[in-house]
Design a protein. Structure first.
Length: 472
């Protein structure tokens, strides 16, 4: 694994230097130490992936060095070397935490073979961490959109996903920018590697740099062990930088360097590490305005916005609302009700479709979860909706029944009744008999009311309610 940092630890200069030179020619980054104490100082920084270490050394033994390293929480894999082919020594080294064991004189090809095995093992451990993250964090199902604007968005996602282009996703809070970022990752060649979401607005500013780029042991107060950082955790995968507009200016400079140089320098380290990471950023802020005000670097903005995708709010794509409600109901039922079947009153669907959803999909998910919790026996009614939606419905109904000045109760009732009957006839495509049945009155009563409404001038303009529809 060519990206590993290697250390050769041996008190014999010739052996140490020859082995280090061979590893360097093989493409590894190599450091050397002549004794255990010097080696521990370097290992404590947390930058060494694998150490090839002699067991017999003058100050502390290689086995003692392994023990100290493990006790300090340093994640370095050890391959031990000794001139004494003792089974007991080999067992002691493995028990101390060594990964492998070789007998001197070691062959260069054998050392490279052992390092490849170490690299594979470390890669599997990293992969297991990612898989645990997926299992614990949950991988949300994907939703198929109906609106033209979202179908265009999906086309843009399909175009940019196979590339390594940096992507900037813009849109209001709750519009699903994180879902878009995850789709880009899942449709990319990096789909088998890690997807690391980072909320830049939630990271404490004094810890933001070490969280993103890592740190060495002792780099600052409280850094009792080395940390890789989220960028290196996302190596070969995708990092999603949500709320990128909250990134402080000094970190914007470092992020720009990461994009341009493809390398990371942990806090307290003198060495940069290669990072093969695809960056997807998102914001609900006006970045061009922030650039004009000097609060966001223009060069970083241009780097991030190579390919922009805008996530439209729900009020601009109402075609998606009915299917999205049912999708969230199904997901919520699996999560909250063990997958129990759900029934929804038609009035509920009408209210949800008419609501403006200022909080977008995030608000809808909260509303649906609340309704599922309150629903009796899986039956969602208007009573299960939050006040901001039910109040809106009452306000709309109140507007329709607004009392006009100078009209008494009888006149108000006639006006409402005429509108109600006109609506029923329209829904019946002009069929008076069907409308009368729906209204629960006789056909003759319906015609009598229509005559009265025409006389009083209550029939809407253009309506010919007394005439039957054409037959055939």
């Amino acid at each position: 694994m060519k990206s590993m940092e290697i250390m050769v630890i041996d008190d014999e200069p010739a052996i140490r230097q020859i082995l280090a030179a061979h590893l360097s020619r093989a493409g590894y980054s190599v450091q050397q130490a002549a004794n255990g104490l010097d080696a521990f100082e370097i290992l404590a920084k947390g930058e060494i992936d694998a150490a090839i270490c002699d067991i017999k050394m003058p100050d502390i033994s290689g086995i003692e060095l392994v023990r100290r390293t493990r006790a300090a929480g340093i994640d370095t894999s050890f391959i031990m070397m000794t001139a004494f082919a003792s089974v007991d020594t080999a067992i002691e080294a493995i028990q101390a935490g060594a990964a492998d064991y070789m007998v001197k004189p070691v062959r260069n090809e054998e050392v490279l073979h052992r390092l490849l095995k170490i690299g594979d093992m470390r890669g599997l451990r990293a992969e297991n961490r990612v898989l645990r993250s997926i299992v614990m964090g949950g991988k949300k199902d994907l939703f198929g959109f109906a609106s033209p604007v979202m179908r265009d968005l999906e086309r843009m996602i399909a175009k940019v996903s196979p590339t390594d282009s940096t992507v900037l996703v813009t849109g209001e809070s709750g519009t699903g920018k994180g879902v878009i970022a995850r789709r880009i990752h899942q449709q990319s060649p990096r789909a088998g590697a890690a997807f690391i979401p980072v909320n830049c607005g939630a990271l404490p500013e004094n810890l933001m740099e070490s969280e993103l780029f890592g740190h060495t042991k002792g780099a600052f107060t409280g850094a009792d062990k080395a940390r890789k950082g989220l960028f290196l955790e996302a190596d070969k995968g995708t990092i999603f930088l949500d709320e990128i507009g909250e990134l402080p200016l000094q970190l914007q400079v470092k992020l720009l360097h990461v994009i341009e140089e493809k390398s990371i320098r942990p806090v307290g380290s003198e060495q940069a590490k290669r990072a093969d990471v695809r960056i997807v950023a998102a914001t609900n802020r006006d970045l061009p305005q922030m650039v004009a005000e000097g609060r966001f670097r223009e060069d970083l903005y241009f780097r991030l916005s190579v390919f922009q995708i805008h996530a439209p709010p729900l009020r601009e794509r109402r075609e998606d609302i009915p299917a999205l409600v049912h999708f969230l109901l199904d997901c919520g039922s699996k999560r909250l009700l063990d997958g129990a079947p759900i029934a929804v009153d038609p009035e509920v669907e009408e209210l949800l479709a008419a609501y403006d959803w200022p909080g977008n999909v995030r608000e809808m998910e909260n509303v649906v979860d609340r309704a599922l919790i309150l629903a009796d026996e899986g039956h969602v009614t208007c009573a299960d909706l939050p006040p901001q939606i039910s109040k809106g419905a009452r306000a709309q109904a109140g507007a329709q029944l607004a009392i006009e000045p100078g009209q008494n109760l009888r006149e108000q009732v006639r006006k409402f009744e005429s509108a109600f009957i006109c609506k029923a006839i329209g829904e019946a495509d002009g069929d008076r008999r069907a409308a009368a049945q729906k209204l629960g009155i006789g056909l003759s009563s319906l015609y009598r009311k229509l005559e009265e409404y025409e006389t009083l001038g209550l029939v809407p303009d253009g309506a010919e309610l007394r005439h039957e529809p054409r037959q055939g």
